[in-house]
Design a binder for this molecule. Structure first.
Ligand SMILES: [Zn+2]
Length: 254
């Protein structure tokens, strides 16, 4: 495995000085109270009903820079604000935060946990959050899309957290990988853990064209949505979701 990676990957720069960016990546200790992956998955719900067939085989270095974004973090009150979720849309319950769609509320929570657990696991990972919730111009340099275009061109892996709409509108969990670059072992690990959307899903979405891997965690519907909304299971559920993401990221760079 290690030899194959070395043979296929880009030549590593030789430098005898200790590198400040050397990362000791290790999978986080499994949390015994998190449900194990399965089909159907007891935590995420069903995987995408429209599966892709891509394979990610490009090797990446262990200190691959990873930036995690929250989907729709700059498009509240715009057409692409994200799903309100089953509880708000169908059950007429109040939103988690009136300033944003429930999807973004949960995207933020999972984003934060992924960055924290990822750093604990030794990943070279950070989050990006636009300064305001509404930026009408996609090309404004502060949007997720603009940041992703620049970061991806520099070789940073950009992952955007999403929840899919509830049934029958949603598809299920899975990765919609970037379109602008060869697919890597990080894409592969996320595809194995969450499922794969077709690479050209809906003709190629704006995010993937700019180098964003869109990770649909699951559909925002019961039972997952209830576990998130219930204050007694909320933190644990966010933690388990984030751990699934971090486990996959660690596998991808190892
Ligand atoms: Zn979304």
């Amino acid at each position: 495995m290690v030899l194959a990676q070395a043979a296929e990957g880009p030549p590593e720069p030789k430098n005898w000085l200790p590198s400040p960016s050397t990362h000791n990546v290790a999978a986080p200790t499994p949390n015994p109270s998190c449900p194990h992956a399965g089909i159907p998955d007891p935590l995420l719900g069903p995987r995408t009903k429209q599966p892709g067939r891509w394979v990610g085989d490009q090797a990446v270095r262990q200190n691959l820079p990873i930036v995690v974004m929250a989907g729709h973090a700059d498009s509240q009150r715009l057409a692409s604000a994200g799903t309100p979720g089953f509880a708000v849309d169908v059950k007429r319950q109040p939103p988690m935060d009136p300033a944003m769609r429930d999807e973004l509320f949960w995207n933020f929570r999972v984003q934060k946990a992924v960055v924290r657990l990822g750093q604990q696991a030794g990943l070279n990972i950070r989050g990006y959050r636009p300064p305001t919730l509404t930026i009408p111009n996609d090309n404004d340099p502060r949007t997720n899309w603009s940041q992703a275009r620049t970061l991806s061109a520099r070789g940073t892996y950009v992952l955007e957290i999403h929840f899919d709409a509830y049934r029958p509108h949603g598809f299920g969990s899975g990765l919609i990988p970037a379109i602008n670059r060869p697919l890597s072992r990080v894409d592969e690990a996320l595809g194995r853990a969450f499922g794969r959307f077709p690479r050209n899903f809906r003709g190629g979405l704006g995010g993937p064209r700019r180098g964003i891997g869109i990770l649909e965690i699951g559909m925002l519907e019961p039972p997952l949505e209830n576990k998130l909304r219930n204050p007694s299971t909320r933190d644990q559920t966010v933690e388990c979701l984030a751990q699934r993401v971090v486990d996959a990221l660690v596998k991808g760079v190892s």
